[in-house]
Design a protein around this ligand. Structure first.
Ligand code: SF4
Length: 415
């Protein structure tokens, strides 16, 4: 087994029960270094690191910040997205429990870079304890003039508020999140305009997820050169993987993106039973099969947000496809016609697949729905939610055939 690299993002133990000590000893090295640089120098350093967003879309972070800096609008916002509502995802919670000041520090650096005056940390509804921890830290930072007016005597004002979202997966989508912060229904809006141009309250907004911001603090502290020594080109830096499912020790593993799925499974104590496949980047991601076990989990190979749900050969692919379809059917907002109608049809196809004569027409219809959504829906949720089922049909046709011809002993379904 390959040795597991020493963690940098998750090196701390949880801080809630020693919060004052953690605060007093936090060095703010990244912020000190950033304040000695100009905004353009900070962006150049972030670009040189190659850091890409860790939320799934993998957009280059330096370019995003630069785009906000270039906007002529005088008001800009910084938003840290800690919603992570997708099944199997809980890495941002781990980061906020172990090193919340790295996220706050990165937000102050972002504010200094683009001259934003207000920031928000948006949390998953269930993160009540983390919200309290953050509120305490923010109060101490205000007392010490690390937040508020004339911050660090640098003649810029910046403060951060914490909000917990509604208990809903869709509210983590960037535009839906802005609506939630504005007190509106957490539903997506069309792009363009992009958040860098018109985000929160239609002002240019830097929105990054918690893991991405944690990497910003590391880059400013240790340098972009150090960051590029971890992981392959286009996939630099440390990465958190949430591994769950049929696995002996589910949890968060920190590694670089040259790690393979086999490495992750071994570090997590091994699979329970015989490995059949894994949903990488969660149920909206891509399917890894036994032949993919040694592929590195890079951005190009679809590592996405780092969620890995392993399943063994006692799982029926139809059952998995139904679970995924049900989840996205429940979570979609129904706001746009293509999304609303396609999700209804996708669910009906999966619910009634025992009445299909064969797999081919089902595959074709499901594929058509997915293409329609890619081309015409308002946001990416419904299209990404209809990608996994066709992949499962393609990979495990025998499971689907069983359901169509006589029933499946694994699921207990019969025609
Ligand atoms: S694609 Fe789906 S989730 Fe997105 S706006 Fe349309 S119905 Fe809502």
């Amino acid at each position: 087994m390959k040795p597991l690299p020493a963690p940098v993002l998750t090196a701390n133990a949880p801080v809630a029960d020693r919060l004052r000590e953690y605060y007093l000893h936090y060095p703010f090295h990244a912020l000190q270094k950033a304040l000695a640089l100009s905004p353009h120098e900070i962006i150049a350093e972030l670009k040189a690191s190659g850091l890409r967003g860790r939320g799934g879309a993998a957009y280059p972070l330096g370019r995003k910040w630069e785009c906000v800096l270039q906007q002529p609008a005088p008001v800009r916002y910084i938003v840290a997205n800690g919603e992570e509502g997708e099944p199997g995802t809980f890495k941002d919670r781990v980061l906020l429990e172990r090193n919340p000041l790295a996220v706050i520090e990165a937000m102050i650096i972002a504010a200094y870079t683009v001259r934003a005056r207000a920031g928000y940390i948006y949390l998953n509804h269930s993160y009540r304890q983390i919200e309290q921890t953050l509120q305490t830290l923010l109060a101490w930072l205000r007392e010490d003039q690390r937040l508020g007016n004339n911050l660090l005597k640098r003649q810029f004002d910046f403060d951060i508020q914490v909000r917990r979202g509604p208990s809903r997966y869709l509210s983590g989508e960037e535009t839906a999140l802005f609506h939630a912060l504005e007190g509106r229904r957490a539903e997506p809006s069309s792009r363009p305009p992009y958040p860098t141009e018109q985000g929160l309250w239609r002002k240019p907004t830097i929105i990054n997820n918690i893991e991405t911001l944690s990497c910003v603090a590391l880059i400013l502290e240790k340098g972009s050169k150090w960051f590029t020594t971890l992981g392959p080109v286009n996939s630099h830096g440390p990465k958190l993987f949430c591994i769950t499912g049929d696995i002996k020790n589910p949890g968060v593993i920190e590694a670089a993106m040259d790690a393979s799925l086999r490495d992750l499974i071994e570090w997590a104590g091994g699979a329970i039973g015989d490995f059949k496949g894994a949903m990488v980047s969660g149920p909206s991601g891509c399917l890894f099969l036994p032949d993919d076990l040694d592929k590195p989990l890079t951005v190009q190979n679809g590592c996405g947000n780092g969620t890995v749900v392993v399943f063994n050969d006692t799982r029926c692919a139809v059952d998995l496809a139904r679970h995924v379809t049900d989840f996205f059917f429940t979570e979609h907002c129904g706001q746009c016609l293509p999304g609303r109608e396609s999700m209804k049809q996708a669910k009906s196809l999966m619910d009634n697949l025992e009445h299909q004569p064969s797999l081919a027409p089902l595959q074709q219809r499901y594929g058509e729905l997915h293409t329609l959504l890619l081309n015409s829906s308002k946001c990416g949720l419904c299209s990404s939610g209809t990608a996994m089922a066709p992949a499962l049909m393609q990979a495990f046709p025998a499971d689907f055939d069983r359901h169509m011809h006589g029933g499946c002993a694994v699921c207990g379904s019969a025609v």
